[in-house]
Design a protein around this ligand. Structure first.
Ligand code: GLV
Ligand code: MN
Ligand code: MN
Length: 425
């Protein structure tokens, strides 16, 4: 590839050791029965104690590498190699928060791998023309406040800071109160990036799907990121006594909601594309007693597609289906859309740099079906992603695993990509 690039040696064993250390900053998370052992279940929810302990440790690692660390009012953490005041930096990074009962590689490979890419370039004697900046985004996962990519949404202006500030967690505490209590201060709106902050951005991540492993490939060169939609439903029916209310008289909210879940699944299956996917991951009946008919159910919807119009068509079909179920069963349903984002196209500048950087490795161009902070970074600067295979395509599970050699390949490609972008004009 780039003849002017020095020989880059990645210390993949160090990244794995740091990933293992990072996994120790975790809330107790039970490993479900039946998973391969040994398995570490990770749970690191934004602004909880493990998240804050992780941040302190990560900042120390960045400082050890001689990077200048800055934390914005959202808690997004920037670690820069180069002039702290210069614009047009080349960015990389991902997230270190983790959904409950998950694994130790989602997001973290891009954060610690990004740090190792910088250290490898430093060891190689590379001198970047543009600053290289590692970003650890706040709350890529929606676990606590229901909104994924909160940090990157505010950084990129995809969402108003005030909207994020007002989000509440299950205890009813606002994002703004929680982040202040966690020690993050300042006006959230100041987290918005200057338009010329980044020249380009590239994120390293596990594929979280099976294609690279199945095809025996080292690297996925991501060309687009699928469009996510998240919504929350409340179904209201009539509660009552499990023995005394006769079946013809029932308006059971749980039975209605169960039928809605199946209508949601059917909408994905009948879209005409395997790329339409739906998930109901939370389902809570009230009052939740064995001898009491549910009068209320809350459930969530996660709907995605690589094609934004097809995603929206599935969403319309889901709402029609739910209306029909309500009419037939004599219940009502309301919903709230938490986010409905368009898909993102990766930019040729970065896609080409990744392809070039992956010379000598086996690759394919691919689409990200998961969302990432890059979905929003793509709105403000040329953005791309590098995927590495993970075992069985498993993610959001404790047995998520990426091998040391896969991580090594990913970090090497990232380092070469950063080097190329940091010397381009
Ligand atoms: C990110 O974790 C996603 O759900 O795609
Ligand atoms: Mn995730
Ligand atoms: Mn992730």
């Amino acid at each position: 590839m780039n003849a002017t690039l020095p020989e880059i040696a990645v210390d993949a064993a160090r990244v794995v050791a740091e990933l293992k250390k990072l996994a120790t900053f975790s809330a107790e998370a039970e490993v479900p029965a039946g998973l391969p052992e040994p398995t570490t279940a990770v749970s690191r929810v934004v602004f909880t104690e493990p998240d804050l302990a992780m941040r302190a440790w990560f900042t120390g690692l960045c400082e050890e590498a001689g990077l200048t660390v800055r934390v914005d009012p959202m808690g997004n953490t920037f670690a820069r190699w180069g002039d702290p005041a210069a614009s047009g930096a080349v960015g990389t990074g991902s997230h270190n928060d983790a959904i409950p009962h998950s694994g130790m590689y989602d997001g973290t490979v891009g954060v610690l791998g990004g740090l190792e890419a910088i250290r490898a370039l430093q060891r190689a004697g590379f001198v970047p023309v543009r600053p290289i900046e590692l970003v650890m985004f706040t709350s890529e996962e929606p676990t606590r406040f229901g909104l994924g990519c909160s940090g990157s949404r505010v950084m990129t202006g995809a969402m108003e800071a005030a909207e994020v500030a007002a989000l509440t967690d299950p205890e009813g505490r606002s994002f703004d109160d929680v982040r202040r209590a966690a020690g993050f201060s300042g006006d959230l709106a100041d987290a918005r990036l200057a338009p010329d902050h980044f020249h380009a951005f590239v994120e390293l991540h596990t594929e979280q799907g099976p294609l690279l492993e199945r095809e025996g490939l080292d690297i996925g060169i991501v060309t687009a990121i699928a469009a996510p939609l998240a919504a929350e439903f409340e179904v209201l029916g009539a509660g009552g006594h499990a023995g005394a209310v006769l079946m013809p008289d029932r308006h059971d909210a749980l039975c209605a909601a169960a039928e809605m879940v199946l209508a949601i699944e059917a909408a994905a299956k009948s879209s005409g594309a395997v790329d339409t996917v739906t998930t109901v991951g939370e389902f809570t009946p009230h009052p939740g007693h064995g001898n009491s008919i549910a009068n209320r159910v809350r459930f969530t919807l996660d709907l995605r597609d690589t094609d934004g119009d097809r995603r929206d068509a599935a969403w319309a079909k889901i709402r029609d289906g739910i209306d029909a179920i309500c009419a037939r069963r004599g219940v009502t349903a309301t919903h709230r859309v938490l986010n409905a984002d368009p898909p993102a196209a990766c930019y040729p500048l970065v896609v080409d740099a990744v392809a070039d950087a992956a010379a000598g490795l086996t690759t394919k161009r691919t689409i990200s079906r998961a969302y990432h902070d890059s979905l929003f970074m793509a709105r403000v600067c040329p953005t791309g992603m590098i995927f590495i295979p993970c075992r069985g395509g498993v993610s959001h599970r404790p047995d998520e695993f990426a091998s040391e050699s896969a991580i090594g390949h990913g970090v090497l490609v990232l380092a070469r990509t950063l080097a190329r972008l940091a010397t381009s004009t």
